[in-house]
Design a binder for this molecule. Sequence first.
Ligand code: ADP
Length: 377
Amino acid sequence: MLGLAAFGLLLLIVLGAWALWAQTRRLRCQQELARAQREASEHARARREHVATLDALAQATPLALILLDENGRLVWRSRAAVEIFVRGQVGAAPIFLYPALEKTLEQTQADGLEHARQFNSDGSVYLIRSFMLSGPPRLLALTVEDVTELQRLGRTRRDFVANLSHDLRTPIATIQLLVETLQEGAVEKPKKREKLLDSIAAQTLTLQQMVQELMDLSLIESGRMPLRLMSTPLSQIVEPALTRFSASIEHQQIRLQRAYDPHLTVLADVEILQRVLQNLLHNAIKFTPEGGVITIGSSESEDEVVISVRDTGPGIPAEHLNRIFERFYKTDSSRSSGGSGLGLAIAKHIVEGHGGRIWAESEPGQGAAFYFSLLRG
Ligand code: ADP
């Protein structure tokens, strides 16, 4: 009887111990599960933060960036790369839309070295670079850069230097010829003398303009163009520029219309802003046929003044309108007529430095109109 009671007690103790063990184990399992869940969400959060940092960094560069792991699976790609160069989900093998990308990458995968190549697509030129990132983790990086503009600038710069000597020679040769004509007797004939001297003045101005543009170009490229903005009446900006070109205007029998309000005041560095008007007037005179009209206009709004230079030349075809403000850009019609393709780029740089905008409007055959805005002074 006593033995049975002792056995029952023992059984109770064993069952109690087992229940306690099971309870403790369940608790531990729950704790471990909770820790694993915490770690997983911590990981997911860290990953989201990494991706957000990469996305933010990628915005600071025009490069398209693609990262792959050792097994060639997509780890991350910048927004610029999506849809243009690579498709597919993160974690899967990417689908490259251009075989050149895959080839470059394969070379780096094979030898661990950096490889680069160029490819052309739809009129654009891209430079691809692939290289290993020093891990861990070992990641393969692919960058794609649109170098179309860079190549165009390089080419136009070479053309520019080649053309410069030719462009400088033309006005110098013309001046020489005019002087010789004067020396050979034309100096005695007042009417002819006047005409020849006007031509010399116009050619000298072209030379001055070219040299000024070269000096402005180096200023722009060095990023230095300190402005001293002062409240200035429009007349102080417009009239000196007109005086500078009065001989050319007279020589080409151009009718000049002053349709601007000389009393409007703007915030301007007069000396530097002069160059904007000089460049616009120089073009207007160059393109306006004899007997044409050039109109200087102005309009005002609450916080800005818009100045316009309108001519009755051949105008500018629509496809060139947005590009003529690029450095070295010339429309086909002016390629043979000299010019550096710099004047409008310089004007844009100066106007934007003043906090304004510059743009052109034109109906081919109806002349061209250039506008620029300045803050009211
Ligand atoms: P450029 O020194 O060659 O004149 P710009 O930058 O001043 O260079 O002008 C760029 C191009 O824009 C010119 O080559 C010309 O084709 C075009 N252009 C500028 N102004 C006019 C205008 N008033 N009428 C027609 N075309 C113009």
